[in-house]
Design a protein around this ligand. Structure first.
Ligand SMILES: [Zn+2]
Length: 82
């Protein structure tokens, strides 16, 4: 049994996983307007996402530059969960 390691943007996208970005400010925690597709455009599909702190992203609400990202597994029915 081989384990598939989803450790880069490209691998996540290929497996229909999403990536959700959150502001890491304790009082804000806003979900940022950034999708995995856009992240691949900016950082490239080889960007490693393990403990990744994306640089160059700023929260539009509070201006915080600390961003946290979480992997979003695809829904069993194949929808994107919007
Ligand atoms: Zn914020």
């Amino acid at each position: 049994m081989s384990e598939i390691v989803l450790d880069t943007l490209g691998r996540l996208a290929a497996r229909n996983h999403g990536l959700v970005f959150y502001c890491d400010d304790a009082d804000c925690r806003r979900r940022l307007d950034l999708t995995i597709e856009r992240a691949i455009e900016i950082y490239g599909p080889d960007q490693n996402i393990i403990r990744w702190r994306p640089a160059g992203i700023r929260c539009a609400a509070c201006g915080c530059r600390e961003v946290e990202c979480r992997v979003q597994a695809p829904n069993p029915d194949g929808s994107t969960g919007r």
